[in-house]
Design a protein around this ligand. Structure first.
Ligand code: SF4
Length: 236
């Protein structure tokens, strides 16, 4: 197994410089540009995928009867269900994903920083949450490297994201090959990293390899994977 595996990353399409934002604004993101040769991006704009156009009226998250709804200003279209259905179907169709980079603050793509408004007519902000697409990403892929463009501007966050992303990509190949020698090699090459991330999970990964030599590789790799994902889970 070669050492370099290109990570597969779902990306908010507007971060590629595409004019898919509500106001057709083009975003220039140097970090994404630098990553292009190193990563296989899978760009997606959830708002275009559900049939909205460019330019379009903005959408907003509204808290109504203790429930969050995705509504479009002026047209008053309720997009909650269609966005939920698209997010579920799209993410269900994804295979072999290592990470996700989403546009901060968006009612569809933001992670924990999308504004929740009291209603459609005022600008009163009640809370912050994740956008509808992002919420489904977090639900389905809690173990992957998931960040926003804004958080990635912080050097420490970015370094942590790269480390986790490339480790996840390499482990994806180990899982696919289902070979015990590859698993042992992967573990040996990364063990100091794992130890630094989470000592307890690292010990369990070691134990899984040590104690299970006689059982089937797929079951060893399955148990190892549980500890590996927990070991690398985002800590901040
Ligand atoms: S933030 Fe998400 S929904 Fe909005 S334009 Fe970008 S990709 Fe599309």
């Amino acid at each position: 197994m070669g050492n370099y595996v290109k990570p597969r990353v779902i990306l908010s399409r507007c971060l590629t410089g595409d004019t898919c934002r509500w106001d057709a604004e083009i975003i220039k993101d140097d970090i994404i540009d630098k990553l292009k040769p190193l990563v296989s991006f899978i760009p997606v704009c959830p708002e275009l995928e559900i049939g909205l156009e460019v330019p379009r009226e903005r959408v907003r998250i509204i808290s109504k009867d203790n429930e969050l709804r995705l509504l479009q200003l002026n047209t008053n279209k309720d997009l909650t269900l269609v966005m939920k259905k698209f997010s579920e179907a799209f993410l269900e169709s994804m295979r072999g994903i290592d990470g996700v980079i989403l546009k901060a603050g968006s009612p569809s793509c933001g992670i924990g920083d999308s504004k929740v408004y009291a209603d459609m007519t005022s600008d009163t902000i009640k809370d912050e949450t994740s956008g509808f697409f992002a919420a489904e990403v977090l639900k389905r892929f809690p173990h992957l490297a998931v960040e926003t463009d804004i958080r990635l501007k912080d050097t420490a966050v970015r370094e942590d994201f790269w480390i986790r992303l490339f480790a996840l990509a390499r482990f994806r190949v180990v899982k696919t090959m289902c070979s015990l020698p590859d698993l042992v090699k992967f573990h040996e090459e990364n063990k100091f990293l794992f130890k630094g991330y989470d000592r307890e999970e690292y010990e369990l990964m070691e134990q899984t390899i040590r104690d299970n030599k006689e059982t089937r590789p797929d079951s060893i790799i399955r148990v190892y994977a549980e500890h590996f994902y927990r070991c690398l889970i985002r800590k901040s």
